[in-house]
Design a protein around this ligand. Structure first.
Ligand code: PEP
Length: 251
């Protein structure tokens, strides 16, 4: 499996700025041994889709609403994203859980809707600093996974991704220690293996940058990264991609 590098641009860039960043990144050439997914804002999605149509890059939305359609002013549905020809959607990002009070039930509903629309969900889980300090990391991970995947039938679509993102490491410049990432990813793998009998890729997210990407990518069960801050500049993003390409040792 190729490492996956997901670039979460969050609430940054107009369509014009998004296209400029895409130009800067794509002009450096895409290495054949990584899968890159861009997550622009909703308003930039159509322009980015037009630009990257038929390219090897993939595109995703940063969120969907937890209902299929209806009177939900300002919200975007899974099928609306699908109609734009995009492939992926981030679900349950900690910023949405924290600032918009998104809960595990809504995350579960969103996964159902994403799968129904044939989008590949990237489901974010991870503990807060308080939970970590209270020794709650493992129970929190298990609880988030069990709620997210409750009644999710993956017989027809095996394309689904989990991102382990310790909340305290997102946008802070702090990265989880390698052994803690190894433990969390092993726990996620084991928990998912008890529900499904196929391999679900697990990304790490939390202050990944050009300096730490090379060593983090070789931790067992780290199948790629969800990158926020360092994906906002072509130099840092391309350097991450290059460092992964040079250093990825798994067969
Ligand atoms: C994220 O937003 O998912 C993320 C990991 O951000 P950052 O890389 O800035 O920590």
């Amino acid at each position: 499996m190729k490492p996956i590098i997901a670039a979460n641009w969050k609430m940054n860039f107009t369509p014009e700025e998004s296209l400029r960043l895409i130009d800067d990144i794509t002009s450096q050439g895409l290495p054949s041994n990584v899968d890159i997914i861009f997550f622009p804002s909703f308003v930039s999605l159509p322009a980015v889709v037009d630009k990257l149509l038929d390219s090897a890059y993939s595109i995703g939305g940063q969120n969907i609403f937890h209902k299929e359609n209806g009177a939900f002013t300002g919200e975007i549905s899974a099928s609306m994203l699908k109609a734009l020809n995009i492939q992926y959607v981030i679900i349950g990002h900690s910023e949405r859980r924290q600032y918009l009070h998104e809960n595990d039930k809504q995350v579960n509903d969103k996964i159902q809707l994403a799968l129904k629309a044939e989008l590949v969900p990237i489901i974010c889980i991870g503990e807060t600093l308080k939970e970590r300090e209270n020794g709650q990391t493992d129970p929190v991970i298990k609880e988030q996974l069990n709620s997210a995947f409750e009644n999710i039938n993956l017989d027809n679509q095996k394309n689904i991704i989990v991102a382990y993102e310790p909340v305290w490491a997102i946008g802070t410049g702090l990265t989880a220690e390698k052994n803690k990432i190894l433990d969390a990813h092993s726990l996620i793998k084991e928990t998912l293996e008890t529900i499904y009998n196929f391999n679900i890729p697990i990304l790490y997210g939390g202050s990944v940058n050009a300096d730490n990407a090379a060593s983090l990518i070789n931790i067992e069960n780290v199948d790629g990264f969800l990158v926020g801050g360092a994906s906002l500049k072509s130099e840092s993003f391309c350097q991450i991609v290059k460092n992964i390409t040079k250093n990825f040792e798994r067969s």
